[in-house]
Design a protein around this ligand. Sequence first.
Ligand code: SF4
Length: 181
Amino acid sequence: MGKIRLATEWLDACAGCHMSILDIDERILTLLEHAEITSSPITDLKHPPADGVDVGILTGAVSNTHQVEAAKEMREHCKILIALGDCAVFGGICTMRNFFPKEEVLRRGYIETESTHNPEGIIPDEGIGILTDRAMAVDEVVPVDVYLPGCPPSADAIWYVITELLAGRKPVLSGEVLKYE
Ligand code: SF4
């Protein structure tokens, strides 16, 4: 069997989930024997290739129009989509902003924060994604095949999911895999 093709992308996320992927440490060499990582935040190519991949991994919630398009692009270009991390699975900490109108969130973020110097009160609206009304879990935008919660999921849990997929099985996440310390 040839190598499977794997793409990852982060949406509204911190780097924690991708750091946890890298925390598989030397197992990444085993992974590379069986998989080609076509695109990721740490490779030159950031988006899944046009001819698609076997497995797509999304980290982070969906919080702006750019991320809506990125989630749809990944879904259209992968056979199995993994929502990795609490933000991707149910919105996580990104949904804290859902308690406030997005205009208030933008004003607070770009104008009012104590560390901000923005006397003209400019809120950028060109060349960046427009904030959605709510931060959303990935499956509010596109169908997800595998959910791997955790903030971030442990490297062992990520490795379990990857190796199950490499073996041609759909991962079943038991309590043991999902325990947190
Ligand atoms: S789940 Fe946690 S570690 Fe992952 S992107 Fe969200 S905040 Fe960061």
